[in-house]
Write a protein that binds this ligand. Structure first.
Ligand code: ATP
Ligand code: MG
Length: 474
């Protein structure tokens, strides 16, 4: 077991706790990932101290370098500091239970066993001793090693107890299952289904952190399927839950938009680590239930779902506590534009349609194309290949137009200030009219995206508006 303790940091902690005469153990993700031979994504190390975690954190940090800054969370009895690539968190062993109906933990000092019992899963509750005499001794009272071997997520105690102490653990079960490719033990899973409603008392900040971890998994769909099956999805993300199901009328059925969205999410996840592009994939059809319509003879339609969907994003982001910043705008934009390349590829592609798409998508055009390709989930290989081929043509056209017209992040070649100066007018609606006319003429390919051509058009449009240049026209 010494293998988990090869890093120098463990010798240092061992020296400190031995000198202080207290016992301490490495536990949690470090031990689990080490046994799994899994790369530590961030090197966070959890140390449990039978005594004051804060005290040992401060003494260890001081021993390494008196200048290290230790963050102390007195209310929780924890402290952490960063050193080299490590983030080391110290916690005093606790006997803990949460007050039912509130999120305030009632904390008492405890033994190592007490502390292991209140951890979320058997695979996260293994501990390795750091004491000088027992360095490397492995303590696994809930047989986490066996569960690791069998790839099982299981609570150390009766699951109802573990989950009622902190209902977030239900979501963590799904997150670890998805991240590690494990299954959730049957009794544990049943208990999640029974206790799903208790998620309502958990803070949204903690919930979204876990959802985002699911989003970043290799195959995020697996997590969302588990959330749906356990009943958690309807509580933490009702809009997504709403996409479920197939309706059939007049012999015509539409596809299950929940499963389709997950397939698109998995497709995009193979191509990108961009969390927000993954969110755009998950949300691209979010307004389908609201726009669904059956017309006899024609079948099902979802007209305007891209537009309505993009309008829904701010509300969803606010409720989920996702950031209301440029990342949200990016998701909105991609949802809004997600049908445009498909529409383009199905008709004769005009330069002006391509220019407009480039103008609207700006720097996000490549991400939009990735999303559109991920959106093709037809089971019919021939049809799928046809779509992909068409997209190839759209991409080629985009490249050609871009080389010629440099429309990505369009900056008008004649700006408002030049218009005002030339005609000696005040800012007002004429400026807007002329600017619009220039932009439209460029997008329609009537004039090139260049200053002189735009200036000539400005003079012409000015004349139509009864304006004449206040300075000589060169
Ligand atoms: P990773 O850091 O890779 O996400 P981890 O297992 O280290 O995985 P953390 O959230 O960093 O997960 O938590 C560290 C350890 O603290 C866990 O392994 C677990 O033992 C314990 N833990 C964390 N959150 C809870 C919780 N809500 N209930 C019980 N134990 C928890
Ligand atoms: Mg961790």
């Amino acid at each position: 077991m010494n293998i988990c303790l090869n890093d120098k940091i463990f010798r240092i902690i061992s020296d400190v706790v031995t000198a202080e005469g207290v016992a301490a153990y490495v536990t949690g993700g470090w031990v689990r990932d080490c046994l799994l031979k899994r790369d530590h994504p961030g090197k966070d190390i959890d140390i449990v101290v039978i005594g004051s975690g804060i005290d040992i954190a401060e003494k260890t940090a001081y021993r390494i370098d008196p200048g290290i800054n230790v963050s102390v969370f007195k209310n929780f009895g924890t402290a952490m500091f960063r050193w080299k690539e490590y983030e080391i968190e110290f916690v005093g062993a606790r006997k803990e239970s949460y007050d039912r109906g509130s999120r305030k933990p009632v904390v008492e000092d405890g033994t190592l066993e007490d502390d292991q019992k209140r951890r979320d899963f058997t695979i996260n509750a293994m501990a390795v001793s750091l004491g000088k005499d027992s360095f490397g001794r492995f303590l696994d009272p809930f047989n986490g090693t066996e569960d690791l071997k069998n790839k099982i997520i299981r609570t150390p105690l009766e699951p109802g107890m573990t989950f009622s102490d902190d209902p977030l653990r239900m979501l963590r079960a799904v997150r670890f299952a998805t991240q590690l490719g494990f299954s959730i033990d049957e009794t544990t899973f049943l208990s999640i289904s029974e206790n799903a409603g208790r998620m309502r008392i958990v803070s949204q900040e903690r919930i979204i952190a876990e959802i985002n971890k699911i989003m970043m998994c290799e195959k995020p769909s697996e997590g969302f399927i588990l959330l749906e099956r356990s009943g958690l999805l309807g509580i933490i993300f009702p809009e997504l839950d709403n996409l479920k199901g197939i309706e059939k009328k007049g012999g015509k059925a539409h596809k299950d938009n929940f499963l389709h969205s997950l397939e698109v999410l998995d497709n995009i996840s193979q191509r990108t680590d961009n969390l927000w592009l993954r969110w755009a994939a998950l949300l691209h059809d979010i307004a389908k239930p609201l726009t669904k319509k059956y017309t006899p003879g024609t079948g099902w339609s979802f007209h305007g779902h891209e537009f309505k969907g993009s309008k829904m994003i701010p509300d969803i982001f606010r409720k989920l506590k996702l950031p209301l910043n440029e990342n949200m705008k990016y998701v909105q934009k991609l949802v809004d534009l997600h049908l445009r390349p498909i529409a383009l590829s199905q008709e004769e592609i005009t330069d002006s349609a391509i220019r407009r798409l480039l103008f609207e998508a700006g720097d996000d055009i490549d991400d939009l194309m990735l999303l559109c390709e991920a959106d093709i989930t037809s089971k019919n290989e021939k049809r799928k290949n046809q779509h992909l081929e068409n997209f190839g043509v759209v991409r080629q056209k985009l490249r050609e137009i871009e080389e010629k017209d440099a429309l990505r992040n369009f900056q008008p070649p004649v700006d408002g200030e030049e218009i005002i100066r030339t005609f000696g007018i005040r800012p007002g609606k004429e400026v807007g009219i002329i600017k619009n006319a220039i932009r439209e003429a460029i997008l329609d390919g009537i004039i090139p995206n260049e200053h002189d051509a735009a200036r000539n058009l400005m003079i012409e449009k000015g004349k139509e508006l009864g304006l004449s240049p206040a300075e000589p026209v060169i």
